[in-house]
Design a binder for this molecule. Structure first.
Ligand code: SAM
Length: 202
């Protein structure tokens, strides 16, 4: 008998899932529908869906290869929909439901071209219900706040790997959001110089 392949594992996701969940539990109502963008290994989807049993969680990723790992992490969770492929840059999200209560994207904006930020804001504003939230997580550059040495090194590493990648200025993300009709409602500092950003319809 051949064994099922092991799901992918991210040590960072294992460390940050607790602090992120603490904020989601504070921000979100008891029930709703969530779309996760760039779900990666699936560790966040599994952890958050288990702690939010009133929520339906739809994990997605642009990389079809990620879907197997997401499925493995989420196996047995009745409130997680089958993982599906979604590229934020797809011209239309026609097959993604509207009226969502949460769109969640962790560690995406700096590991993707800038166009992904523009597209995420545009589609989020079209697919969230009036009271819905877009929540993004990761390292950002904040004007007037010295950037931690670890984030400067991370930024240099990202840019060396792909010149289109790199840490984003919060002010630039905010401009994209505003153009799409979203406002920054909260900026929450989390461990390891990361921030949770909470966006709502204006
Ligand atoms: C660093 S991983 C983050 C995974 C997970 N969210 C986490 O925080 O551990 C970045 C993920 O973004 C996905 N990704 C990159 N470009 C994307 C795009 N245009 N649309 C959707 N997902 C994308 C990659 O496939 C990858 O799974």
């Amino acid at each position: 008998m051949t064994e099922a392949p092991r799901p992918a594992y991210s040590a960072a996701a294992e460390r940050n899932r607790g602090p992120i969940l603490e904020q989601l539990l504070r921000l979100l109502p008891a029930s709703g529908s969530a779309l996760e963008i760039a779900a990666g290994t699936g560790q966040h989807a599994a952890h958050f869906a288990a702690a939010l049993p009133g929520w339906t969680w739809q994990p997605t990723d642009a990389d079809a290869n990620a879907l197997t790992s997401i499925e493995a992490w989420c196996r047995g969770l009745p409130n997680v929909r089958p993982a599906r492929q979604l590229d934020v840059l797809a011209p239309s999200w026609a097959d993604i439901p509207t009226g969502l209560d949460l769109i969640y994207a962790s560690n995406l904006l700096h590991i993707a071209p800038w166009a992904v930020c523009t597209a995420l804001m545009k589609h989020a504003s079209q697919h969230l219900r009036a009271t819905g939230l877009l929540v993004t997580y990761g390292a950002v550059l904040i004007d007037g706040v010295p950037t931690a040495a670890s984030n400067l090194a991370f930024d240099a590493d990202l840019r060396a790997r792909n010149p289109a990648w790199g840490l984003r200025r919060l002010a630039d993300i905010e401009t994209q959001a505003q153009e799409a009709g979203l406002v920054l409602r909260e900026t929450i500092a989390l461990p390891a110089n990361n921030h949770l950003l909470v966006w709502a319809l204006a």
